[in-house]
Ligand binder design. Structure first.
Ligand SMILES: Cc1cccc(C(=O)NCC2(NC(=O)c3cccc4nocc34)CCCC2)c1
Length: 254
């Protein structure tokens, strides 16, 4: 999968290009992450990419021109990489507080793209005419104020990359399965057996896999009910999980 990131701080993206599972995906060429700096598309001596806002007010606004050239170049590179460069297969996504909030379901949808071109804002934002001309989709990480769109872009890329086929391999984490079915995660334990006077729940030492799976599911259910009643409301159990829920309900009645 091809990612082009348009940002004035390309060095930030070493975080996902050089570490962990995303870094391995890049090394193994399952994923390409190209960083494009709009400053390289300026024509003035000061390499301006921002200007004072029309209408006054604090801060600066990112200019349309350099960003438009950067996006055009990103499209060329995406095409060279083999992407079908249109909004269905390689959208221009603006990381923005005005966007749709990122969710696991929208992440899954993005794994079907050939690629994506991610636009990261800084300062007060980007000239609206650039957005209306080039942006296919605005995506937000959530309702809080940040200094830039780079971290949201990395979160989006991380969540998409880990969902691509052949990335997680045998270390596919249980966490992926749990949250995908809309439940919070169960507790995890590892060596040593004792820590700060606390042992490990006996069932996890029993080697009884069915009981262990039931205990973990029960933990996911109770944690979701207590910590995220909104997720619990929306939870739709599989046939298997519905059976386990019945068994749990019966057990609670005893
Ligand atoms: C709730 C709210 C209202 C008004 C402004 C801002 C704000 O933070 N504005 C600053 C910028 N914020 C983000 O890019 C950004 C922020 C948050 C989540 C995101 N998910 O993707 C990109 C995101 C926009 C231009 C430069 C950074 C936030």
């Amino acid at each position: 999968m091809y990612f082009a990131v348009i940002s004035i701080f390309p060095e930030m993206f070493a975080t996902i290009r050089e570490f962990g599972i995303t870094g391995r995906a890049v090394t193994q060429e399952q994923v390409t992450i190209e960083c494009i700096n709009p400053r390289d598309y300026t024509t003035d001596n000061y390499r301006r990419i921002d200007e004072r806002p029309y209408g006054g007010g604090p801060g600066m606004v990112m200019m349309a021109e350099p960003l438009s050239k950067a996006i055009e170049d990103a499209r060329l590179r995406a095409k060279e990489y083999g992407c079908r460069v249109d909004s269905e297969h390689c959208p221009v996504i603006y990381m923005s507080p005005q966007g749709q909030t990122l969710s696991e379901s929208s992440v899954v949808g993005m794994t079907y793209y050939d690629g994506m071109i991610l636009l990261c804002g800084r300062y007060e934002g980007i000239d609206e005419r650039l957005l209306s001309q080039y942006v296919d989709m605005e995506v937000s990480l959530g309702d809080y104020v940040l200094t830039g769109g780079e971290l949201p872009a990395m979160v989006l890329m991380d969540s998409v990359i880990r969902r691509l086929p052949d990335i997680m391999g045998d270390d596919k984490s249980a966490e992926q399965d749990s949250f995908v079915d809309g439940l919070l995660d169960c507790p995890h334990y590892t060596k040593p057996h004792e820590f700060a006077g606390m042992a490990v729940p006996e069932v996890l030492l029993s080697g009884h896999h069915a009981n262990i799976a039931k205990w973990r599911f029960a933990q996911q259910v109770s944690r979701t009910q207590t910590r995220r009643p909104d997720l619990w409301q929306a939870f739709t159990p599989t046939v298997e999980q519905a059976k386990w829920l019945e068994a749990l309900a019966k057990a609670d009645k005893k």
